[in-house]
Write a protein that binds this ligand. Sequence first.
Ligand code: SF4
Ligand code: SF4
Length: 426
Amino acid sequence: MPATVQQPLPHLQIDFPFAEADRCVLCGLCLPHCPTYRLTEDENESPRGRISLLRAMASANLPVTREAGAHLSRCLGCRACERVCPSGVHYGIILDAGRSLLASRLGTSRRERLLLVLMRHLDWLRPLTAIARVAQRFGVRKLLRSLGVMRWFGLQQAEALLPELKPMPPWQTLYPAEGRQRERVALFLGCVARAVDGETLQAAIRLLTRLGHDVVVPAPQGCCGALYREAGDQDGAAMMAAQNRSAFAESGAQTILTLASGCGAVLAGQDFAGTPAVDIHAFLAERDMPADCSFEPLRQTVAVQDPCSLRNGLRTEQAVYRLLERIPELQITALPENAICCGGAGSYPLREPDFAQRLRAPKLAALAQLKPDVLVSANIGCLLHLAAGIREQQLTIPVLHPVMLLERQLRRAETGSGLSAANRFR
Ligand code: SF4
Ligand code: SF4
């Protein structure tokens, strides 16, 4: 187990994992794998540089300044460095502590505070989504943009990420399995996904129930807490963890399933009284299909983007490929340079729009060259960020969560119809 708290910081009242930071032997082997170092070739934008910077600030050898904070803000939290580090440095732990340290000294932005209030009140999402839909429909957002309202809240980038919104579906507490019941699972909805991609959550429920699983959707579940951690608010993250623990305790589920790998990487590290939280692809890939279920063949090419949270957090990215291989005739191709983050990490496109776009550019260039029939990604942040770039460049590549593709092919095999492959995030 990594050391998490080694020494208190009396001057800041923040604990910093010095022992973890001291495991870094400064070898630099992580540098070529770090997306921000690759962009800048600046040591301050590298894992090694950030660890040194944080250690110095935490031990009061360096003042906590906005300039130092900017280097940490530009870290994606992709943990590509962690995956290749020969010393086994748990960079994520150092990053979390560093974000808390900086937030305690420098405070949080207006945008961060607004997002965190929203995360605490997920019941506001339904009316807010309805208002945003009206605004999209009648062009009100252009008016708000011209009045500078979005800019004042620091949300002009968020508006660019939003796809065409659909009404948020209502959720039942229980969706019974079709046919012979196999397992009882609980579904984690997420915050962004439930507001902008309810269709994928509904597709997941249809897929799971058709494959013989009872699906429980506990109503009082909250946000996974990832955005709190990004903002350095460990208390807020702990509050969300407690809310989810209590929400899922009564579900009676054998497994908690996540669709967004960003949420999955957070929940997988939490204690749900022995109930594991598992990414839906890993769950399905480990189980055989019922004898009466099959996918309709699809003579198309799908490009697969590996979210960093799936690749470096959960380390189960291969499950997506194994599942898609069950669709006969589907040509599966990994998006080139999948080990390098697309820039869609959590709130990164809002916080660091310039870096986010520079990281996305090679992905869009690869897509323009590959011209796949569809692009899939298992994380809502990557889906929104890539889809926004695809819209901007007027590429005509539909962007979907893998579960949408699987559910569509299953339904087509059974009924001849399924959800449209039209761009879900247009
Ligand atoms: S690879 Fe590990 S030990 Fe080497 S510089 Fe990077 S974080 Fe430090
Ligand atoms: S988490 Fe990603 S961006 Fe941050 S230092 Fe590690 S590799 Fe670089």
